[in-house]
Write a protein of this length. Structure first.
Length: 556
């Protein structure tokens, strides 16, 4: 009996020695062979590098009102390797943050990753509520979310910054380099339970720079409201308005309708509403382009404002017969009356008999058509000029057919006439924080003498005898031009589809503002003097009072 007990004791002792020997060998193996890899694993589990996003610069309007800024948010992340109960934690986090737990759960359960986003840029209050739950493996860091406090005001101009605060469209894209700061970095040290112990190797982020625009949000908001009313009244497809300071080239407003809330850019982009029509879209301008024909003939001393012509109702140019907008008998008109009454036959007569192809091309180029203005906005179109000239081209181009322009090109040309004949590069940015104000390019288009002649003739357009009496503003002289252009399609002009335009300057005695309004596919009426001119008058009247520009003529 005792012998059997002794055998068992010896066996037990031997077993204990074997087990202890195995444990000792295991410990030695871990401390030598696996030491480096396990050290790296431990470090990875307890030290997590975290990028500290830089705050994006604010975009202000000319009055210092923020149009785009960063709002405080909190990003929630997790280390799945620290999470013990991924399903339970997913349910808790989803309930607080308003997520779907079935989508979050697989991320928290995947222990092959040491870092996953739970919610980017969550509301701080929600993140704080989740932090109070003390869930192992969850972490938080401050971040900012891009918001647009003026909502729809200037939305297509401002564009959009994505979830990583990178500009994706509009000025957010154009100015991304200056708005974007430099990210920082820190290392978060946790205990074995995932709780943060300390922060190491912290390198703070450097904020982006602020940008100050020439836009005035009050002028912009009013222009958008007028366009909404105009589109609704005429059942139009869309409308665009530009308000320019002709002396500085600063854009005070660049409005489009339909608009959208800049905070909902993805939804607007899906509906095709995000485009800035004033810069990227081209259209045939119609009679507003006649200013090039008349200015060229005056500048080359081929005609004077008093030069007269006997003009029939229609004129043949090669295989085309072109007529005036309103039926009239053959009559004599001066150059001034041709512009005032917007006679197609008169403009073609000047171009065909005096300018010719070469001179007309020269003046089109001199006015800047066919080339981008260089406005500080992405995706500007250069416009479209005829690729070749046929026999009828000299009958189309002088009256704004067969040539396409952008609204900003056209507005800048009329701003040059308002500025004594000197073209100034249009721009949206006044200055960037820490930099000098923007200095636009300038060039003379026409002489001061010809400019005074053009300005005088354009005053006649806004009169009882002209085509834009609806553009009159009590107490102010107005000069401008109407345009009504049929829209081209793949097989010629599309019946019933027009673009109505009016572009004018006020007060005409010393222009302070240039306002362009273009209405795409209006119904009920199509003429620029009927559809676009009243919108010009509404926009300009408001702006003159807002800017406290004194009247320059007695009220009738």
């Amino acid at each position: 009996m005792s012998r059997a007990v002794n055998s068992r004791v010896r066996f037990l002792l031997l077993l204990i020695l074997v087990v202890f020997g195995a444990l000792l060998a295991r410990a030695a193996w871990i401390q030598t062979v696996r030491a480096a890899s396990l050290s790296r694993l431990a470090t990875a589990q307890t030290r997590v590098p975290v990028t500290l996003p830089a705050g994006r610069g604010t975009i202000f309007d000319a009055m210092g009102t923020p149009l785009a800024l960063g709002e405080q948010a909190t990003t929630v992340f997790a280390d799945p390797r620290q999470i013990v109960h991924p399903k339970t934690d997913a349910i808790v986090a989803s309930r607080i943050l308003g997520l779907k737990w079935k989508q979050l759960y697989p991320q928290l359960a995947d222990r092959s990753h040491g870092f996953v986003y739970v919610e980017r840029k969550a509301p701080p209050a929600d993140a704080t509520a989740l932090a109070r739950k003390n869930l192992t493996g969850f972490g938080f860091y401050p971040e900012e979310r891009r918001v647009y406090p003026q909502r729809s005001v200037a939305a297509p101009v401002l564009g959009f910054a994505g979830v990583d605060n990178n500009g994706l469209a509009g000025l957010e894209l154009q100015l991304n380099a200056v708005l974007t700061g430099k990210t920082g970095e820190e290392t978060v040290v946790r205990d074995p339970l995932g709780h943060v112990i300390s922060i190491e190797n912290e390198r703070p982020a450097r904020e982006g720079r602020n940008v100050f625009l020439t836009l005035d949000h009050t002028i912009q908001a009013n222009a958008e409201q007028v366009l909404r009313q105009t589109v609704a009244k005429w059942g139009a497809k869309d409308a665009t308005a530009i308000v320019l300071d002709p002396h500085t080239g600063g854009v005070l407003a660049m409005a489009m309708e339909p608009g959208y809330d800049a905070n909902a850019f993805p939804a607007a982009a899906a509906k095709g509403l995000q485009a800035n029509h004033a810069v990227s879209d081209v259209y045939e301008p119609g009679s507003v382009f006649k200013i090039v024909t008349v200015a060229g003939a005056l500048s080359d001393h081929l005609v004077t404002p008093q030069t007269s012509f006997v003009l029939p109702y229609s004129i043949r140019v090669a295989d085309r017969v072109i007529h005036d907008a309103e039926i009239r008998p053959t009559e004599r008109m001066t150059v001034a009356q041709i512009l005032q009454r917007s006679s197609n036959v008169g403009a073609i007569t000047i171009a065909k008999n005096y300018l010719g192809e070469a001179r007309l091309k020269k003046w089109i180029s001199r006015f800047g058509f066919g080339k981008p203005t260089g406005i500080d906005f992405p995706g500007e179109s250069a416009g479209l000029l005829p690729s070749y000239w046929s026999g009828s081209t000299i009958g189309n181009v002088p009256i704004g057919q067969g040539v396409s322009v952008t609204a900003i090109q056209l507005a800048s040309v009329y701003a040059a006439i308002a500025n004594g004949g000197v073209w100034t590069q249009p721009h949206l940015v006044d200055h960037v924080q820490g930099d000098q104000p923007f200095r636009p390019r300038t060039r003379r288009i026409v002489s001061t003498h010809v400019d005074r002649q053009l300005l005088s003739m354009l005053k006649g357009v806004v009169s009882d005898a002209g085509t834009a009496a609806a553009a009159e503003i009590p107490g102010y002289t107005v000069a401008g031009k109407t345009g009504t252009a049929q829209k081209p399609g793949p097989h010629g002009y599309v019946p019933g589809k027009y673009v109505a335009t009016f572009v004018g300057m006020v007060p005409a005695s010393n222009p302070r503002l240039v306002v362009l309004v273009t209405v795409d596919e209006p119904k009920l009426a199509i003429f620029g003097g009927v559809v676009a001119a009243p919108a010009f008058a509404q926009i300009a009247s408001f702006d003159l009072q807002y800017l406290e520009v004194p009247p320059d003529q007695p009220v009738k």
